[in-house]
Design a protein around this ligand. Structure first.
Ligand code: HEC
Length: 197
């Protein structure tokens, strides 16, 4: 139940927000219609992703742990458990992408446990490096594609608790084992088209 509500809230909010993107950065009006700077839209989407992840971690994972029930596991399907917060984020991102509105998001890193979470091109590589060097910045870019301009924003993803540090440092597939609390472990990459189809 929680998983379904979580996904649908994210999908709905993402689609509503995307409907408001219709002007170039900084413009207030386009063709008489109000529009929002894509950086602001990305900020809205990021806030929803972060809120859902934090609540899943605190209201489900940590709360159940407090009651002595360790309900999550990386191999949740085989063990009949619940997915990790990072996996829930990735699943929700895929579900949003399947809706076909052009909005996509995922968790990525320069030091991924799962190699498919690495950067897919130089824009992502330099963006992830930049948020790692200065987590207070948001790296944005507009990529011109045959289908129209694509906006991409990268936000730092930090080790906000010791559990992030311990699990990643001890994971057999992690290429890095020296994370400390508050280190940047990767980034949330959000992208959407600037033209509605
Ligand atoms: C119990 C272990 C565990 C904990 C706790 C955990 N992670 Fe992860 N994390 C993983 C696994 C496993 C993946 C790969 C998931 C996948 O298949 O996409 C992952 C993926 C990620 C990624 C994407 C890059 C990669 O390594 O594949 C980032 C960034 C990340 N986690 C950050 C965090 C942060 C920040 C926290 C704490 C808020 C955290 N993780 C807590 C196990 C964990």
């Amino acid at each position: 139940m929680i998983k379904t509500g979580f996904l649908w809230r994210t999908i709905f909010a993402g689609i509503v927000l995307i409907a408001y993107v219709g002007c170039s950065s900084g413009t207030k009006e386009a063709g008489g219609e109000a529009c929002v700077d894509p950086k602001v839209v990305a900020g809205y989407v990021h806030a929803i992703i972060e809120a859902d992840r934090t609540l899943y971690a605190s209201l489900v994972v940590e709360r159940m742990k407090h009651h002595g029930k360790d309900l999550v596991a990386e191999d949740w399907a085989e063990k009949d458990k619940l997915p990790l917060p990072a996996q829930m984020l990735q699943f929700a991102g895929l579900e949003v992408e399947r809706k076909g509105a052009g909005l996509k998001y995922r968790l990525a890193s320069l030091w991924p446990i799962d190699k498919t979470n690495g950067p897919v091109n130089d824009i992502e590589r330099t963006g992830l490096q930049a948020v790692s060097d200065d987590p207070s910045t948001v790296q944005t870019s507009t990529i011109n594609q045959p289908t129209g301009p694509l906006f991409k924003a990268i936000y730092a993803d930090r080790a906000v608790s010791e559990t992030c540090v311990t699990c990643h440092n001890e994971h057999s597939l992690s290429p890095r084992s020296n994370y400390k609390l508050n280190d940047v472990m990767g980034g949330i990459i959000i992208e959407f088209p600037l033209k509605s189809s």
